[in-house]
Design a protein around this ligand. Structure first.
Ligand code: AMP
Length: 542
């Protein structure tokens, strides 16, 4: 027997409708690429998204068509999400930090029809345009006054493009499982793979993650998504903030410490989210300028492991609570948050910060397990490492264009490629990517644990640990360090710093100092590049 309730499809248009009707005057503040600060309300945003949807329809865009965006976090990029999905088409966020060849590959693979781009990316797109085989028109996210001279086909300013239509448009209604967004991930081997979100998955994911143990946001918050809309849905903040009527502060292209600090303070931001490298730059700036964070209450940090020193700096020096978050593009992207369950309240300082190093527990809609290589479940004892597997209604079941390839186990779990422990309280702790874990004499050494320790040394700006071939042990850890500006630090001092904090056999066999650690397009340490750089490195005692 079916229930007798109304069948109301979970469509993204409902999110912006709700924001506009209940929080119509709430602001969206954007630092524009043109240099100015723009302010509009949810009501205005909804009207402009409707104008966009109508203009797209005039351009012949229909349900299921893919529209690419190469853009920073601004009101225009968010309007695109709502305008495109409101007619049943699909936003395809392209990460501009990828190599040209990868950008060409994914736009052609997605068969995008239009490309909306920020002014910053005009030179990039002019360079690759001859190889984009399906793009019919380029729309530049600016107004006529700032429109550059360009060779791009049929290029038009976004403000002119939407001004062709009024907002007299009705959102299309369709099955909630209809595709809404596309984001390619290069986390797997081979070509980047597309993760195709649905309206239902995006809405459920946002609903699950606004809850108090997770983003904990409401209409009383000013939320600044520093994590880009082009990186894994900006951790859903483009949906979850409007859903609860939170004020949005969009930082545009300037993600350096001084620019972020200025926005955090001037716009009275209460909650923000980004990868650790962004916060390293902010903390460094605050440290140098004796800056304060007078309104910020919470920061979500994820994308790569958040070092303990960073959590302690935010919490103890600036009074900002850190939620360590974990997830991946394939998971929409949030998988877990580290907030403190009631049975763990009252931990002493050391135990609390050890707990906060963990990536936390999942929200409703995510289930997790760890298994050995054969798929046998492993105990949740906080010690045993295994392959981390997840399932849920906002977890991918196929990659776009690979619908014939099964990527789930028999129980419907997706192998994240991460290695983790889960403790008896349900807290998951990533110990490595399965391909980065250092295999020494048949045992595993967690590169993340060693990196977090190194970063706690006051002279270390950034650290990475990779496995280097060893004739006897197979692999041994090599510690790679970027010193803080003007800091004096040598090999023996950092190794001495590790003593007593790790098992003796985890001690790095060697330390090298370099000027810069390479990062991937999503801000993670690029271990493959480091492994290439140090492929011939000879360890002292090998
Ligand atoms: P992406 O799909 O680009 O977001 O990358 C997802 C991967 O980033 C995960 O599978 C993890 O390896 C890594 N990751 C994300 N968050 C964390 C975190 N808090 N700690 C450690 N690794 C993380």
């Amino acid at each position: 027997m079916l229930g007798l309730m109304q069948n109301w499809p979970l469509l993204i248009s409902k999110v912006i409708d709700h924001a506009a009707s209940q929080f119509g005057n709430q602001e969206i503040v954007s630092r524009l690429v043109e240099g100015t600060i723009h302010r509009e309300t949810y009501q205005t945003m909804r009207g402009r998204a409707l104008q966009l949807a109508k203009s797209l329809t005039v351009s012949g865009i229909k349900n299921g068509d893919r529209i690419a965006t190469l853009a920073w976090n601004t009101h225009r990029h968010l309007e695109l999400w709502y305008g495109i999905t409101g007619l049943g088409a699909i936003y395809h966020t392209v990460n501009p930090r990828l190599f040209d060849d990868q950008i060409i590959y994914i736009i052609n693979h997605a068969e995008d029809r239009l490309l909306f781009l920020d002014l910053t990316f005009v030179p990039l797109v002019e360079r690759i345009a001859p190889k984009l085989t399906t793009i019919e028109r380029f729309v530049i996210l600016t107004d006529a006054a700032h429109m550059p001279q360009t060779t791009l086909k049929n290029a038009i300013a976004y403000e002119d493009y939407i001004a062709q239509s009024d907002s007299d448009f009705v959102w299309a209604v369709f099955d909630e499982n209809t595709a809404a967004g596309l984001c390619y991930t290069s986390g797997t081997t081979g070509n980047p793979k597309g993760v195709l979100y649905s309206h239902r998955s995006n809405v459920l994911h946002a609903m699950a993650h606004v809850a108090p143990d997770f983003f904990n946001i409401s209409s009383h918050d000013s939320v600044m998504p520093v994590v880009p809309l082009f990186h894994a849905n900006s951790w859903s903040l483009g949906f979850s903030a409007p859903m609860v009527g939170a004020r949005l502060v969009m930082p545009g292209a300037k993600l350096d410490g001084p620019s972020l600090h200025e926005l955090l303070e001037n716009e009275r931001v209460t909650m923000t989210a980004a990868v650790p490298t962004v916060w390293l730059a902010l903390l460094d700036h605050l440290n140098r300028t004796q800056g304060k964070l007078t309104t910020l209450k919470r920061v979500a940090i994820g994308g790569s492991a958040c070092p303990r020193a960073m959590t302690e700096a935010f919490e103890k020096h600036y009074g900002v609570t850190v939620a360590h978050a974990w997830g991946m593009t394939e998971m929409s992207p949030l998988g877990s948050f580290c907030s403190i369950k009631p049975d763990l309240a009252g931990l002493d300082d050391d135990a609390l910060y050890s707990l906060k190093m963990k990536q936390g527990f999942p929200a409703f809609t995510v289930e997790m397990k760890i298994t050995d290589d054969k798929g046998t479940p492993l105990p949740h004892d906080g010690k045993t490492f295994g392959r981390l597997k997840v399932r849920g209604p906002a977890v991918a079941r196929h990659y776009y264009g690979y619908e014939n390839e099964n990527m789930l186990d028999d129980a419907g779990f997706f192998d994240t490629g991460d290695v983790a422990t889960i403790d008896p309280h349900g807290y998951m702790h990533i110990t490595d990517r399965s391909k980065d874990v250092i295999k020494s004499g048949g045992e595993w050494i967690s590169s993340i644990k060693l990196e977090n320790l190194a970063i706690a040394h006051p002279c270390v700006a950034e650290a990475a640990v990779i496995g280097v071939a060893h004739p006897k042990w197979d692999e041994r850890p090599l510690l790679i360090i970027v010193r803080k500006k003007d800091a004096v630090l040598e090999r023996d001092e950092i190794l001495h710093f590790f003593e007593g904090k790790i098992a003796k056999w985890w001690m790095p066999d060697d330390v090298v100092f370099i000027d810069e650690i390479p990062h991937t397009a999503t801000g993670k340490i690029q271990k493959t590049a480091l492994r290439d750089m140090f492929a011939n490195h000879r360890l002292p005692r090998a």
